[in-house]
Design a protein around this ligand. Structure first.
Ligand code: ZN
Length: 96
């Protein structure tokens, strides 16, 4: 089962993860008004960035830095965002 993290926008171009134990479905309901993005853990140091609107996720890859939930370093996108795939981010420190 994947862990979920909500993403809080702080300032311009930064998404800070906040750990939560809610399921993805619960998250979507809960974050309906406030947050459009959240992370799910795939493996250690590898997270999928989810959002309610995949075009917004594409925008996110270009315009935002996403921070690692574990060590708070900036993560790098490892799959290109497109209309069919949500972006995956990796933390160089935590994935090794
Ligand atoms: Zn990390």
């Amino acid at each position: 089962m994947s862990q979920n993290y909500t993403l809080t926008t702080v300032g311009h171009g930064r998404l800070i993860p906040r750990k939560t134990s809610m399921t993805e479905e619960q998250l979507q309901k809960c974050t309906g008004q406030s947050s459009a993005f959240w992370l799910t853990r795939i493996m250690d140091g590898i997270y999928r960035l989810n959002c309610k609107n995949k075009i917004t996720a594409e925008h996110c890859v270009r315009n935002y830095q996403v921070y690692c939930p574990q060590c708070k370093l900036v993560m790098e996108p490892i799959l290109p965002a497109n209309k069919h795939e949500t972006p995956v981010y990796t933390c160089k420190k935590c994935s090794n």
